[in-house]
Write a protein that binds this ligand. Sequence first.
Ligand SMILES: *[C@@H]1O[C@H](CO)[C@@H](O)[C@H](O)[C@H]1NC(C)=O
Length: 321
Amino acid sequence: MIQRKHSTALFLVSIVAQLYLSKADEREINNVMLIKIGGSSVTVKDQKETFNETVVKWFTETIADVVSPFYRMGDTHDCALHEKPAVVLVHGAGSFGHHTAKEFNLKGYPHDNSEFNSNTMEGLAKTRHSVQKLNQRIVAELLAVGVKAVGISPCFGGLRNLDLFEEQQSWLIDVLRETLRSGLVPVLHGDACLYGSSAAILSGDTLLQMCSPLAGQIVFLTDVDGVFQSDPKTNPTAQFIPNIAVDSQGNLVLSHVIQATESSHSHDVTGGLKTKLAAAIAIAASGRVVTIAKSGSLSAENVLRGEGGEDVRCTRIFRQD
Ligand SMILES: *[C@@H]1O[C@H](CO)[C@@H](O)[C@H](O)[C@H]1NC(C)=O
């Protein structure tokens, strides 16, 4: 898998880079939680450019509660207060972005981008503008609850063209590390990018995988409790899978039949649950625990607070050597 190769290389880059950090810097960024909230959680399905107000509030208030005070306004920089994690946030596009991407026939990276036509760049510009509105709103809500959040659009900065994915990936890691060290919470989003001479969508899940070398813990917040053996929305008796062990190659240790993790929108251009699970497995294969939990649930709050326990309903994906 193309992204796994990237993340191994990046992991090495991140180890080398970390050796150069001062001790104080290390304290801030050694405990990084990377959190992705799905577009289908944070927006209203099938209603173009509509926020799910309840979930936006829940998410931003929960982040304010779990993040290290170093990332909150008025921090006194007292070392004793810094046991809570630094966080890097990534959100999908949901009804922001996906409707426009579909209208203009933009595909999710790394799928074939050959259907370039005279409207492709119009689609790229409009899709990007749409998802940036969602990003602005999430950043505004985080600021309102005292979190020093900054929106970062991955494409058209150092990540200029997805054709050069590998070469440009370390740029993103550097930006995130510098941002965290400064006491700022990066808020990234799935984005519309140049891809060769055409355009493609960089999904929030692929982005999460790119950022994963920075993080000790990775959490996906979705619109279902975790991984089921079949789609729980169409099959109410679908069996829940709390643990998935993978080897270092990303093969499932016990071969579960997994058909669905999240309901996918009819307009989802980035592959929905399949890309999510593939990203989660590739990250877990690199030795990091990935947890999938439901947005807005008490279980998700426990996961984000680092509290485990029997009654926490979530799926954990981890490496078993
Ligand atoms: C917002 O999300 C919550 C939790 O998933 C869900 O119960 C609610 O129906 C959603 N609201 C809308 C307007 O879709």
